[in-house]
Design a protein around this ligand. Structure first.
Ligand code: SF4
Ligand code: SF4
Length: 135
């Protein structure tokens, strides 16, 4: 039995957003694995790059957002260069990070950071952290 994968088959707003933000056709991926084979950080990822694409093809974005993969990705673009189907996975990773951060959830609460840490951590680290993880 042939299974047709396309954005029309999936009623998933987040998948549409990923395609819009990244401009990448994730449905062109045929799981050759070249992206993962060339990725310098894949061994540290909970889910390897080619599996990120596969999960997205099936609309399972939540399975990805709770894993470390999108934050371990170094945006080096090796995957995009190696892909025989022209899928720019580095842009898809960036789109995933944006979608995660746009969910308007505070992952760090400035008022709950212990005083000791506020006094010892570099200010630039604190500011970068608040910009990334608070709204
Ligand atoms: S290299 Fe391209 S076609 Fe191959 S698994 Fe990765 S994204 Fe899919
Ligand atoms: S852009 Fe990210 S996923 Fe792609 S090869 Fe580099 S680290 Fe790996």
């Amino acid at each position: 039995m042939n299974v047709q994968l396309s954005s029309e088959e999936l009623d998933n707003e987040d998948i549409d957003k990923i395609i819009e933000i990244s401009g990448a056709n994730l449905f062109a991926c045929y799981q050759c694995g070249k992206c993962t084979a060339g990725c310098p950080t894949s061994e540290f990822m909970d889910i390897p790059p080619h599996e990120v694409i596969r999960l997205l093809q099936f609309g399972q974005i939540e399975e990805i957002l709770c894993k470390n993969t999108l934050w371990i990705c170094a945006s080096c673009i090796t995957c995009a260069v190696r892909c025989p189907k022209g899928v720019d996975l580095s842009k898809i990773m960036e789109a995933l990070r944006q979608i995660f951060l746009r969910k308007n959830v505070n992952y760090v609460h400035p008022n709950e950071v212990p005083n000791e840490e506020l006094q010892t951590l570099p200010q630039i680290a604190l500011i970068a952290n608040f910009r990334k993880f608070t709204h």
